[in-house]
Design a protein around this ligand. Sequence first.
Ligand SMILES: CC(C)(COP(=O)(O)OP(=O)(O)OC[C@H]1O[C@@H](n2cnc3c(N)ncnc32)[C@H](O)[C@@H]1OP(=O)(O)O)[C@@H](O)C(=O)NCCC(=O)NCCS
Length: 436
Amino acid sequence: MDSEYFVTWFRQASPYINAHRGKTVVVLFGGEAVEADNFSSLVHDLALMHSLGIHLVLVHGARTQIEEQLRKMGRELHYVKGLRVTEAEDLPVVEQAIGRVRICVEACLSMGLANSPMHGARLRVVSGNVVTARPLGVHHGIDYGFTGEVRKIDKRAIRMWLDQDAIVLLSPLGYSPTGEVFNLSAEDVATNAAMALQADKLLVVSESQRLRDAREQVISKLDPGDVEQLLNTSDTLSGELARHLRLALRACQSGVRRVHLISRQIEGALLLELFTRDGVGTLVTNDIYEGSKPATIDDVGGVLELIKPLEDDGTLVRRSRELLETEIDRFMLLERDGAIIGCAALYPFPEERLGELACVAVHLDYRNSGRAGALLLSIEHQARTQGLQRLFVLTTQAAHWFQERGFEPARVDDLPIKKRMLYNWQRRSKVFIKTL
Ligand SMILES: CC(C)(COP(=O)(O)OP(=O)(O)OC[C@H]1O[C@@H](n2cnc3c(N)ncnc32)[C@H](O)[C@@H]1OP(=O)(O)O)[C@@H](O)C(=O)NCCC(=O)NCCS
């Protein structure tokens, strides 16, 4: 790699490194991943994430190993509605298969050869009785036996371990207060762990290829409504993807901010997803509509970076860093994984009960998906809370955008007196006003 490329690449990754530090991330991977030749690459990536300060909770599956082990014993596998029935005689086999997978993961996380990427990593991996389970019970006359579901996650114990810099490893097993062992689905464990910990992210490593729409385009983002629609209408989803989408929906609806579906078929997918702006997976999130947040002084650099090209081509009025620093608290921002991708500002003129909507901008790569619309809604909400009755905007190139959102042409004379005095007659911006 030439040095210039390396430096550019490293600099581009740095905002993401900073953004993810101290965040709690639950990572789910199946038993197939552990079996795969390149499992150590996945482990190296996890070790790197840990060393960059991400609190990791790993959840492994063991479906293939359990099936293989049961088949070897000549036992017939029995699934009803996608759920395995675990007979009492199967349980020791299940425990053995899960135990072996867990040991394999722990061993891999203990590597530290001098010439390997794990050298010096010295990871501490912790597991324990943090998942309380209950039996799935009898449904439509089928007794699921020792197949269970998560009843509770001991989040305090997990938090304590994470705070002590350990990686927490959870298996698809749980114990009941009666002292029994239950076979759980790894998806159930991961979702419940992410929900209990209010994790910043749930990363789901899948065996399937990337999710694509009917036109074979990669789907990079979905909101819960889209997921529901996809589950109801698509007949091409693999069983695994459907399970993962249901999991994402449940997690998102229960307060997990971001669920990323990532294909294991892409080398380094976890790193690409976390440390590059666009990632390589499918992000399921509510954030598109609720992700605007007030700016703080730390955001000045990010806002300047976003608006600079628009100032350079004259679309937006130039703002100096100093001015922006004093006015930053007027801005609302949209963020994606720590990078600022949209902004809008509200300048109130309380005497006239008017507010100026200014500096509306969305990064070129993220346009046409309702983001500016979401910012406008949030500014309107803010304006109403401040008792303002109307919003005005000065624009040279986005007149129709505002008109289509209820702004009406107005005159310079309609502006608050202070603004009128500063009106730039050379720029000849058009004035629009919206009644709130
Ligand atoms: C205007 C801007 C903020 C819209 O951002 P966005 O997130 O893409 O907007 P939305 O997704 O909410 O809306 C997209 C719709 O607006 C239309 N649109 C985008 N820019 C437009 C413009 N300058 N004029 C008219 N319509 C525009 C799109 O064609 C799309 O319409 P469609 O879905 O019917 O095809 C963005 O294009 C931008 O940053 N422009 C440069 C800065 C600017 O001009 N700001 C306004 C001055 S304060």
